[in-house]
Ligand binder design. Structure first.
Ligand code: URA
Length: 254
């Protein structure tokens, strides 16, 4: 039992609350709000940290397979040109000014496959121009050939590598289907493989000094490795060997 004093004290507190406007009981049990004031507030729940996302697996493109399909579907030199221009898997394309596809007489008995465009070729978009192109024209003229009438020219790489660096094996591998189709469409009687890169792409061999002058088979045709005209400009003493190779080609054609 509450004492009378307690009763009167509680009754006074209730009256005071009613006077303040608290005229409705909201809960069956009383809440001591003074106690609640000092209680540390519950921290707001942290926003859920998203779970680290799984690494996205980017499917690897088989650039050689893409090249084979693109080149194989080309039924003319124009179509092959378009297929090569649309090929996006060779990084060299991004650094080159122009694509150097090929040039010369399309219906030729002789096809020259060089290494890659240099500075001049990259600028003009044509194979073998500038000083090395002039030397090549003289060499061909010496055995009665010319790019206007009887020789078609192309390269393993259609885009100039930065600082004329060596081609990477994967670059050669992805360009090879285009070169092979190029040969099929030109359908020459024989091929001149100019430089190491060209021998590597066609014969899987390097060492032009040893390989030059000896007939081999490339892309299903007789092929003879030769020094590039740039090399002959740097090493004029080697022109003697180049002359011997030219005579060999002349003999084969007649
Ligand atoms: N050397 C090459 O092998 N190709 C060119 O187009 C020019 C120079």
């Amino acid at each position: 039992m509450e004492s009378a004093a307690t009763y009167h004290a509680m009754r006074a507190a209730l009256d005071w609350q009613i006077e303040l406007g608290a005229d409705e009981a909201l809960s069956e049990t009383s809440i001591n709000r003074f106690e609640l004031v000092d209680k540390p507030k519950a921290k707001p729940a942290k926003a859920a940290t998203p779970a680290p996302s799984e690494p996205v697996e980017i499917p690897k493109v088989d650039a050689v397979a893409v090249a084979k399909a693109a080149a194989g579907g080309a039924t003319s030199l124009e179509a092959l040109h378009a297929a090569l221009a649309a090929f996006e898997h060779c990084e060299l394309k991004r650094g080159a000014r122009n694509m150097v596809f090929g040039g010369g007489a399309a219906q030729s008995r002789v096809m020259i496959i060089g290494e890659a465009p240099g500075r001049e070729e990259d600028r003009e978009g044509k194979p073998f121009v500038g000083r090395s192109g002039q030397l090549l024209d003289k060499m061909l003229a010496a055995i009665g050939l010319s790019r206007e009438e009887s020789v078609y020219l192309s390269n393993v790489l259609p885009w100039r590598p930065p600082q004329n660096r060596e081609a990477k094996p994967e670059e050669i591998a992805m360009m090879r289907p285009f070169v092979a189709r190029h040969v099929e469409l030109v359908a020459p009687e024989l091929i001149i493989l100019m430089g190491n890169m060209s021998c590597e792409a066609a014969l899987a061999k390097r060492g032009i000094t040893r390989l030059r002058g000896t007939w081999a088979e490339a892309y299903g045709l007789p092929a003879i490795p030769m020094f590039t005209p740039e090399y002959l400009l740097r090493q004029p003493a080697m022109k003697r060997e180049a002359w011997a190779d030219l005579l060999e080609i002349k003999a084969r054609l007649s």
